[in-house]
Design a protein around this ligand. Structure first.
Ligand code: ATP
Length: 250
């Protein structure tokens, strides 16, 4: 594997309106991710994980430092770096599930016509194991179905990097663990580079091979942990629990 995404020496502050002063939320964030690597940013609420992801996506500029993709400094958002959110309302509400996925194909100019894009969209929706609700509108879906559809739409856009902001955070534990397993299958098959934000140690351990552990006020990297546990990962194995305890104690 080769170094692919580099968040280099990132600093970011927000204006604290009450006290009329600048408050640093990110300080000296520096890490790299290899191509096709699955990395997780793990940290408590408010430590700056979403801010970090927005900077990696190019939605927000760092005050100091920069983001490099394959050695090139990024200068704004791109369809090659797509974010998937925790928010269930990320699908276009006026489009059916199928047309939400067709939209991504069209935006990337993939497929020759609507009929071909529809066929491709169906195959992505099957890949994420969505039942036959392709002609439903987002409001007719459960939370888990919406996240599956959002995942299908992201895969259809075929981005270089998937930036995922706690996408399963609002789901019940059974659905959440099903979707974690599905994401791993997709990652292994498609070979995507994934940066996944979570505050859940177990989720980071199940999913990621590199865990960037953060602390808050200001958000800094505490430690970077390589997770070499065999896949599929057994959440109750001795090694898993051992690593869980190590991370919890950092
Ligand atoms: N637009 C903004 N203006 C001012 N402060 C902000 C803004 N966005 C975020 N913050 C503050 O920056 C800090 C980090 O926020 P951020 O959402 O990046 O953290 P997080 O780790 O993703 O949190 P959570 O896990 O709760 O989503 C928080 O203290 C938050 O209140």
């Amino acid at each position: 594997m080769t170094e692919y995404l580099h968040l280099k020496n990132i600093y970011k502050s927000y204006q604290n309106e009450k006290e009329n002063e600048k408050k640093f939320v990110l300080e000296n964030i520096d890490f790299t991710i290899d191509r096709a690597e699955f990395a997780a940013v793990l940290g408590p609420s408010g430590c700056g994980k979403t801010t970090l992801l927005k900077i990696a996506a190019g939605f927000m500029e760092a005050e100091q430092g920069a983001v490099y993709l394959a050695g090139e400094k990024i200068s704004g958002p791109s369809v090659d770096r797509i974010m998937v959110f925790q928010e269930f309302r990320q699908l276009f509400p006026w489009k059916t599930v199928l047309d939400n996925v067709v939209f991504a194909l069209q935006a990337k100019d993939i497929g020759n016509n609507y009929a071909e894009r529809k066929r491709m969209a169906c195959s992505y929706l099957k890949k994420v194991e969505l039942p036959d609700v392709f002609n439903y509108y987002p409001y007719q879906l459960s939370g888990g179905m919406k996240q599956r559809a959002a995942l299908a739409r992201t895969l259809a856009a075929d981005p270089e990097i998937m930036l995922m902001d706690e996408p399963f955070g609002s789901l019940d534990s059974q659905t959440r663990s099903n979707l974690q397993n599905l994401l791993i299958d997709i990652w292994q098959e498609a070979g995507k580079t994934i940066l996944f934000v979570t505050h859940d140690i177990e989720e980071a351990l199940v999913l990621a091979d590199k865990i960037i552990l953060m602390e808050s006020n200001p958000g800094r990297i505490k430690k970077i942990i390589n997770n070499n546990l065999d896949r599929p990962r057994d959440r109750v194995s001795t090694e898993f629990v051992r690593l869980y305890k190590i991370i919890a104690a950092v």
